[in-house]
Design a binder for this molecule. Structure first.
Ligand code: HMH
Length: 224
C-alpha cells in the first residue's frame, strides 16, 4: 500500500524480507492447522509455551506504553496500546480456560530454549536505551505474525478442526486485524521521522522478531 504516493517503510521491509516473513506466517504448524492434519500434542505444546510468552509480553507492552506516553506526539497511541494491554488481560484468562479444556497444566510447563531466548529478547527491548520507534516496530511485527498466521486458518477452503477455530479467531478476527493496522500506522509514522540509525536498528529488530517467531513455531514439533 502507498501513503500519499510515498513508499511506506514497513511495506518496503515486508517486500524485502518476504521469504522470512512468509516463513513466520505460513509455518508448517499453521499449515497443519489449516489443512486439518495438526497433531493435537503439537497444539498443546504450543499452548503451554505461548502462555509463558504472553505473560512475558505484559511487561514488554507496559514498557511500550510508557515510551508512548513519554515520546509520542499523538496521544491516541496510548489508547491503542492500552487496548492491547486490556486484550492481553482477556488473553491470559482465555489461556487458562483453554489449557484446562485440553488438560494442559500451565503451572508445570517448562519453558523451552526458543521461548526463553525470545522472552530475553523482549526484556532487552524494555531498556530505556531502546526508543519508542524501535519498541513499537517490534510490537507491531509480533502481533502481525499471529494475526496473519491465524487469519490464514480461517480463510475459505481451510479445513481447520472445529475445536481449534476459537484459537484461530482470537488472533485471526477482523478486530485484531484492525488493531494490527493501527500498530503498523504508528510504526510507520514514527519511522518516517526517525534518524537513519534508528530506522536501521528497527529493521534489524523486525528481522530478529521474525526469526524468533519461526523458532517459536518450531517448538510445537517437540524440539527445543
Ligand atoms: C510467540 N508471538 C507469540 N505469541 C503471541 N501470543 C503473539 C506473538 C501475539 O500476541
Amino acid at each position: 500500500k502507498e501513503d500519499r504516493g510515498v513508499a511506506v517503510i514497513t511495506d518496503t521491509w515486508l517486500r524485502k524480507h518476504r521469504l522470512i516473513y512468509t516463513g513466520a506466517t505460513r509455518h508448517p504448524f499453521i499449515l497443519a492447522i489449516r489443512g486439518g492434519s495438526v497433531d493435537i500434542s503439537c497444539f498443546k505444546r504450543w499452548l503451554g509455551q505461548d502462555y509463558i510468552f504472553v505473560r512475558a509480553f505484559v511487561p514488554f507492552l507496559a514498557s511500550v506504553l510508557l515510551k508512548a506516553w513519554k515520546e509520542s506526539d499523538d496521544s491516541s497511541d496510548v489508547d491503542v496500546i492500552l487496548g492491547g494491554l486490556a486484550a492481553l488481560n482477556d488473553e491470559i484468562a482465555w489461556f487458562k480456560k483453554e489449557a484446562s479444556k485440553w488438560g494442559v497444566a500451565l503451572d508445570s510447563v517448562v519453558p523451552q530454549k526458543s521461548n526463553l531466548d525470545y522472552c530475553r529478547f523482549l526484556e532487552s527491548l524494555m531498556s530505556s536505551d531502546v526508543s519508542y520507534t524501535e519498541a513499537v516496530t517490534a510490537f507491531w511485527v509480533i502481533e502481525a505474525v499471529y494475526q496473519e498466521s491465524f487469519a490464514h486458518c480461517l480463510e475459505d477452503g481451510s479445513k481447520t478442526p472445529e475445536e481449534l477455530k476459537e484459537t484461530c479467531q482470537r488472533w485471526g478476527n477482523d478486530g485484531f486485524g484492525q488493531y494490527c493496522c493501527a500498530l503498523k500506522s504508528i510504526a510507520n509514522r514514527q519511522l518516517e521521522k526517525a534518524s537513519d540509525d534508528v530506522v536501521a536498528k528497527a529493521e534489524a529488530i523486525l528481522l530478529s522478531v521474525l526469526e524468533y517467531e519461526v523458532d517459536f513455531w518450531n517448538m510445537s514439533h517437540g524440539g527445543a
